[in-house]
Design a binder for this molecule. Sequence first.
Ligand code: DC
Length: 241
Amino acid sequence: MTDQQILQIAIDGPAGAGKSTVARKLADELGYLYIDTGAMYRAATWLALKNNLDLNDGPGIAALARTCNILLKPADETSDGKIRVFVDDEEITREIRTQKMSEQVIPVAALKEVREVLVEKQQYLASIGNAVLDGRDIGTVVLPDARLKIFLTASAEVRATRRLKELNAQGENPSFEELLKAIIDRDHKDRTREVSPLTMADDAIEVVTDNMTIDEVVRELHRLTRAAKEGLSGDSSRMKV
Ligand code: DC
């Protein structure tokens, strides 16, 4: 497969918009590689904590992330539908999904040195074949030439409701207000940080998921993927939707 034939699908958006659920489903159904880039930032944070590094130590965390093997494996019955994450041989699937880790990852994801290492790993993985990547900067930084760029959003209230359900299923019971505040806070930090802030790429298609089920979102993404594929086989370099 040449670079021209590879279809890279970039899915960006704020926390809790449902990106990882729909990205994983879409990738599964298309038979594409699914790369959850948020899990990679969470893994880097886990590494920093394990090695007692300060969560603002960019060079230190980047050096660890560079030498360790961060491995993403398909979800199975042990992982509640989430992909399985390993650092070298140690499985960290559950540890990286706690509410505490969602807060600790924020400063780490803002470190330039860490982003450089992880973006390089993401670009390598996406160059192997057809792939779906989800994150915050996929369409703007990781894969600026991706054929299909989606920006998935939902209101903060809808996202907090979804997150509450998810955490309850994991046995955590934060209040709705606490979660809403955390989501608004995380949005603000993701959008205003200096390095790779969350922004919609100029050529991304926005999909607002407030009133959509997961299946409806996935169906819409299949429709957009078909349109992008037609663009691939046609002579026009622009996608028609
Ligand atoms: O999608 P998530 O909640 O698992 O992401 C974890 C954190 O990493 C979140 O604070 C945003 C950040 N992130 C990022 O800065 N860039 C990405 N490509 C993916 C995630």
